[in-house]
Design a protein. Structure first.
Length: 95
């Protein structure tokens, strides 16, 4: 019972503060883990720039991709953005 009292808070902190996204490395998917800048229960994130061939402009992003970039940018990089211009998108491309 005592071990459960220790394991539960550690697991909760890990879920809240550790995230990951997948990128292709030599034709094999690889998980990239990171410490989130703010807590959330979401663990898996999409980095639409994780593939070498991806170099998108703001006008090319669908609404869904825009939301994925906003979430990634907030939790991975700590940048709160609304993606209104290309400069904001460039900030989110940083790795």
């Amino acid at each position: 019972m005592k071990s459960l009292l220790i394991i539960f808070p550690i697991t909760l902190v890990a879920i809240l503060y550790i995230g990951f996204y997948e990128k292709m490395e030599d034709a094999y998917p690889e998980k990239v883990f990171f410490i989130k800048k703010s807590p959330t229960f979401q663990m898996k994130f999409e980095n639409i720039f994780a593939y070498e061939s991806d170099d998108k402009n703001l006008s090319e992003l669908s609404d869904t991709e825009r939301q994925l970039v906003i979430q990634y940018c907030k939790y991975r990089l700590g940048v709160t953005t609304t993606l209104k211009n290309q400069n904001e998108l460039e900030e989110c491309k940083k790795r």
